[in-house]
Design a protein around this ligand. Structure first.
Ligand code: PLP
Length: 477
């Protein structure tokens, strides 16, 4: 496919600027361009076709099954987009006076309250723009709290090896030293190793639960007790809340801080680079440190209040506000029962697929999973020469987006599948059939999988070159 700069011809293009209706000013020499800007020279028809062609080459939940583990590529009801498009919510400015923005302040307050209730927390900020940004913000709260208590020697954050990759990165960015603890053979945190890892230098623990192998840690209360007894705080990575919302609450498990991804769990489409939102919730004693402003209600009026010992701002104003609108709309349309049923269906769908596939594939952990499960294709690779990568590429020819590959790192030849609650039984059955057919293909005709995909615009890109030497813009001569 041609780039937009390679299409069209001289003299074509949209006349975007109106005729000059102010006095003309001569631009100083030295401030002028040395050559004309490299703008696309295309007609409206050509632009329209260009973007349609691009759209046809991309893949999303509207195209088909997308079981990308840990990412929750579920269908997001259009009614929530409708709410986020309401003029009263889009045509406002954060610097307007509070009397004129009561409705949007109510959105912030109601969503914060709902997230508190769902997570068992006392306060929330909507400022962080994504999950990793939320992690960083949550760790700032922990750091500010410890420093105020004079506990500056607590410099280490413990991160189990089944955590999401952003956890150690965020801890490190926040200036903490990362201490890894291993998982046991059951996929849960090795509590003995955890006991040995804690000490006077422990600032806290970051836990992804359910963890990246799709298991709910059965020792969750023991884990948070170990950290608290050592004087540290507990951080819950709730990016993906699809297995637990409406069923149990991180706050009740002993966690002090949490982030949730509105763009995974609460109905904002994602995968295309944003905008997202990673609100951070905390217990009462950490609330004074929250960034930005929180909304308080007094005498039926909403107002913005700066927390007394705020860590500052992590984003301008109130975060990606329209993502919050979608989330509130999603929560209110589902209601208390609907939220619980959503989680139950996510867990049921994952277990349905897991059980249907377990005679054909080795499961990394053969037990009831949460919203996702991990297959281990090591044996298939040994017996047939087809790796998890070959298998994933094979799925592309069947119109299925592959599961997450080679993650978590603690499982070799891992494929991590998250079917989500919005898929039907028929879709899951069809996926099971295709997965099984590919397993047969791996045995009978491994070459065909090495050569896959055949039907996609791009076959097998050189991934190392793409990562090391990315070409991400058009180079005009
Ligand atoms: C996606 C994810 C993150 C990171 O969220 P971003 O919005 O991509 O920064 C963190 N933790 C877990 C468990 C996740 O699934």
């Amino acid at each position: 496919m041609k780039l937009i700069f390679e299409k069209g011809n001289e003299g074509r293009g949209l006349q975007l600027l109106p005729d000059l209706d102010v006095p003309e000013v001569e631009i100083a020499e030295g401030m002028k361009r040395s050559k004309k800007p490299a703008l696309a020279k295309v007609s409206e028809t050509e632009i329209s076709r260009h973007y349609t062609e691009l759209a046809n080459r991309s893949y999303g939940v509207n195209n088909g099954f997308y079981p990308l583990g840990s990412c929750t590529m579920k269908y997001n009801p259009k009614v929530n987009d409708l709410a986020a498009g309401l003029k009263g919510l889009t045509d406002i400015h954060p610097l307007q006076s509070e009397e004129t923005t009561q409705g949007s302040l109510a959105v912030i307050k109601e969503l914060s309250d709902a997230l508190c209730e769902i997570n068992g927390m006392d306060a929330f900020t909507l400022q962080p723009a994504a999950g990793a940004h939320g992690e960083f913000t949550g760790l700032l709260l922990i750091k500010a709290y410890l420093h105020e208590k004079g506990e500056t020697g607590r410099t280490k954050i413990i991160v189990p090896d089944s955590a999401h990759g952003t956890n150690p990165a965020s801890a490190s960015m926040c200036g903490f030293e990362v201490i890894n603890v291993p998982s046991g053979s059951d996929g849960c945190v090795d509590t003995q190793a955890l006991r040995e890892a804690v000490g006077d230098d422990t600032a806290g623990l970051m836990l992804t639960n359910p963890n990246t192998v799709g298991l709910f840690d059965k020792n969750i209360k023991e884990i948070t007790d170990i950290i608290h007894d050592a004087g540290g705080l507990c951080y819950y990575d709730g990016a993906n809340l699809n297995a637990i919302m409406g069923i149990c609450r991180p706050g009740d498990m002993g966690f002090d801080v949490i982030h949730v991804n509105l763009h995974k769990t609460f109905s904002t489409p994602h995968g295309g680079g944003g905008p997202g939102s990673g609100p951070v919730g905390c217990k009462e004693f950490l609330a004074p440190f929250l960034p930005g402003h929180v909304v308080e209600e007094k005498d039926s009026m909403y107002s913005l209040v700066r927390p007394s010992r705020s860590v500052g701002d992590v984003k301008v104003f109130h975060g990606n506000f329209l993502v919050a609108v979608r989330a509130l709309s999603y929560i209110l349309t589902l209601g208390k029962d609907g939220i619980k049923k959503t989680s139950q269906a996510a867990v049921l769908n994952a277990n349905y697929m897991r059980v249907m596939l377990k005679d054909t594939f080795d499961m990394a952990y053969d037990e009831t999973c949460m919203h996702e499960f991990v297959m281990d294709l090591s044996r298939m690779k040994e017996e047939t020469g087809c790796s998890a990568l070959d298998f994933a590429k094979g799925l592309l020819d069947y119109g299925i987006h592959p599961p997450t590959m080679y993650f978590p790192l603690i499982v070799h030849e891992a494929l991590m599948a998250e079917p989500t609650e919005t898929e039907t039984r028929e879709t899951l059955d069809e996926a099971v059939r295709i997965f099984s057919e590919l397993a047969k293909k791996a045995k009978e005709n491994p070459e065909s999988l090495h050569a896959a995909p055949q039907g996609t615009p791009i076959g097998r890109p050189d991934e190392v070159a793409a990562a090391r030497n990315p070409i991400v813009r058009f180079m005009a001569d």
